[in-house]
Design a protein around this ligand. Sequence first.
Ligand code: HEM
Length: 508
Amino acid sequence: YHWPSPKFDALEALLYERSPEPAGPFLEAPSLVGLLNKCQPSSTGVSVAAQWIRFAYHDMATHNVDDGTGGLDASLYFERDRDENVGDGMTATVFELIDFPDKYVSKSDVEAVGVVLSVAECGGPTIPFRMGRIDATGPGPQGVPKPEQDIATHIESFRKQGFTQSEMISLVACGHTFGGVRSPDFPEIVPPPADGSELISNFDTTPKFDNLVVTQYLDSTTQNPLAVNSNKTVISDFRVFSSDKNVTMKRLAQPNVFAKTCQDLLERMINTVPKGVKLSEVIKPLPVKVGGVQLSVTQNAMRLKAMLRLATANPKRKITMFWQSRDGKSCTRTACSATFVGTNDTTTVLTRRAGMNPQKYWFDTPVNATLSASKFWFEVDEQNGKKPIVLDNEGTGYELQDRVLFDTRRTKSDFSEEIFSFVTTVVVAIRDDITPSRVYATAMWRKGDVKHQTFDLHLAEDIAPTAGYVFYKGDAVGSSDFSIDIFSVVNGKTFVEDNRRTEFLEFS
Ligand code: HEM
């Protein structure tokens, strides 16, 4: 592993990092795991974990093993108006997950991470995660099972998804240990209360991952509305669970069998992808990670920001960041070094299980603008009598370019009454020794339909040159929430500020 590896880094962060609670002093994107609220249902009884798991299942459920089409491919984003996909939970999930994909991370990989995190946060097994799912560009065929269908239809439907009858029974039980059925969406299953309120009738008595959905079914105490219901048309869980005379359900009554079976089947569920899509190796938490890197130009100075994540806590630990100048030789160890300005814990259920309690260390240091910086690395002194450990990316350090730098302070969004839209004026610093032949940017919006906009940036006469840099600016029209690539073409070579996000703008 070499720093940086944008796609791997982004998915690794979604899986194994969380933003601090309460928010720390450093700008961090909201974390996916934080939205799960530690598996606690909301005041209205809604379980985010349950919604995400159902969403992923419905996306996957139109896989066809016979021709290898469909699977976890985010086609569900185009299939929401079908009656097989009804539900407020689906709408909520779209709004929750849509912040996370970007040009490196597919919607379907985010869905899969959502399943892994949901199961873990609710106390279930660790499902190995592989990345590489590719998003569909349109809807796929219909075919998500519905409660009013007969058992033969369900068996055939799961066969097409790639599961045997016994696996069908298990997978439904694994899914239906979470959440329940909503009265507004399924009034024929859960009759709406007379007072007009909304009711969620849960499959079992806890929001957690446990096998109560199985044991309560077997001992007839279950209140699962898909198993016991005066409307016999909709008792699909009963028909599924009893379809092999309870042989599978009796096996699942052992908690360890339930956990292992669900771990395997839910992994297969998220790894069911269209033919030709290749998934990566399992992503494990990195012992050392660097992120949040931004070189920038402020009044007469340069600033370097970066985050170092280490796998364990040690309050006595000293960390020094070193950097080398643009020319690769003008920095002394004392002149070009800094210590961290803050730290926070980012331990999650999954990292704890991996034997880690990761800590983030934040660096934010002035850099001599004349010398600039071409790479940085770290030395970690655990104060344990041993020599400090050098973390230098197998000798190369973390390489920086300083030709085009996103300006996180001057870039601003405002609502324009004139065109009735947000306009974000993107500002970048450009080194003044060579005038680029073109400076341009591509913004990518994720909310709603993915949209790209490429626009040119021009010399900003109203921003005074400083520290060997001039400033260019250009407008992105649309909501203020996007990621952006900024390019500067110099002597036929293109320098890139890659995948900057407007969430990291500083409004000071
Ligand atoms: C015969 C197959 C299945 C049928 C007929 C079925 C039917 C349903 C129905 C009607 C709901 C209520 C949805 C709502 O009110 O929002 C539901 C919820 C749910 N289903 Fe299934 N399901 C099936 C299989 C599965 C499978 C295989 C999984 C995942 C492995 C799954 C996961 C879930 C989850 C987690 C919920 C709760 C959602 C929430 O509380 O927001 N289901 N299912």
